[in-house]
Design a protein around this ligand. Structure first.
Ligand code: KG4
Ligand code: ZN
Length: 334
């Protein structure tokens, strides 16, 4: 079969990224222009600034991606782009770029769901086999699903309030760490011990998650300590938070291993970059003799290679988008 080259575009949040992905697996080139330092000045992503910065970066990112691969637009078989979920103004920049390229070079256009992209990041250096459990842990989503086949999802549970990444970011802010909070909380937790007695989300009879109680408990703890002039042991608090937050994920995956009998797990989304999560999931998978896939660090957080990987099954099924493709802040897997 002829090789398939997909140019993939990702601009759903604060990374302008493009990749050329061969046959849904080989990353021929990948460029990520991050706006992180700019948003860190404001303590979080400012949507208006994000879309403006995507507009400034996108043609340069395209040039760089083609140059690194030593390829031309004419060599591409399709243009894939993240269309949901994400910041609407940011998504539109990528989508308009993709439509323009598809029109000029007469290539099929493929709209890709960002969360599905995170899952398919696991197909780049490994091979996903079905049925499998997929745990999505990102800045905006926390979901546990069964994947029966390519693009066939059955949801077991999701967060009823905050996403785990969001909880990491808020806890980071309240203990005085910079955006993005996740990696900074993880670093601080390395020096701490699990000494704070934080409330555990108790929802063991379902597969749903809840992180707002844990987040509020930490905010209250810090504010009360400030009012009393007491010092907060930030390293211990970071560690205690991380243990409760991740152990909750482990408990739900364990329930799924027991109740579904499925012996494969993939973890997807920015929080999958977390080492403690990786270690705990590895222990759990060893206990249940299950296979664990977590993307390599570069593909854990937002990048276009995962969008190219997720676009490939759609390309094979000729599930193309037309020029009415639009951005949506919402984006269900099912
Ligand atoms: O998937 P992602 O890059 O963007 C979204 O689709 O949301 O995820 C970003 C989230 C942020 O909340 C960030 O704090 C978190 O992933 N994150 C981490 C780590 N690296 C990124 N959380 C915990 N530990 C990390 N090492
Ligand atoms: Zn993401």
């Amino acid at each position: 079969m002829k090789d398939v080259y997909i140019l993939a575009i990702e601009s759903s949040c604060d990374e302008t990224s493009m990749a050329i992905v061969k046959n849904g697996k080989d990353v021929v080139s990948l460029t990520i222009a991050t706006q992180m330092d700019t948003h860190a000045l404001y303590g979080g992503v400012v949507p208006e600034i994000a879309s403006r910065m995507h507009t400034e970066a996108i043609t340069l990112v395209l040039e760089e991606t083609l140059k690194k691969a030593n390829m031309k637009m004419e060599d591409m078989d399709a243009i894939a782009v993240t269309c949901k979920p994400g910041l609407t103004g940011s998504l539109i920049v990528g989508i308009e770029c993709a439509k323009t390229l598809a029109l000029i070079y007469n290539k099929p256009l493929i709209g890709v769901n960002h969360l599905i992209g995170h899952i398919y990041a696991n197909n780049i250096d490994d091979k996903m086999e079905f049925p499998m459990l997929a745990l999505i842990v990102s800045g905006g989503h926390t979901e546990l699903v069964i994947m029966e086949d390519d693009y066939k999802f059955k949801r077991l549970g999701e967060t009823l309030d905050d996403a785990i990444g969001e909880a990491y970011d808020k806890v980071a802010r309240v203990i005085g760490l910079k955006y993005p909070g996740g990696p900074n909380v993880e670093k601080l937790a390395l020096e701490g011990n699990d000494t704070y007695n934080l409330p555990k989300p108790v929802m063991d009879d379902t597969y749903n998650f809840s992180y707002s109680g844990l987040k509020s408990a930490i905010i209250n703890l810090v504010h009360n300590a400030e009012q009393r002039g007491e010092e907060v042991r930030r390293t211990d608090l970071a560690k205690s938070f991380q243990v409760v937050a991740i152990d909750e994920l482990v408990r739900k995956v364990e329930k799924a291993f027991r109740e579904t009998g499925i012996k494969r797990l993939v973890v997807a989304g920015g929080v999958s970059a977390n080492k403690y999560l990786k270690e705990e999931m590895q222990k759990l998978c060893s206990k249940y003799e299950a296979k664990l896939l977590i993307p390599k660090l570069l593909y854990c957080t937002d990048n276009a290679a995962m969008i190219g990987a997720a676009a490939y099954p759609l390309y094979l099924k000729k599930e193309f988008s037309d020029y009415s493709l639009n951005a949506s802040s919402e984006g269900d897997l099912l």
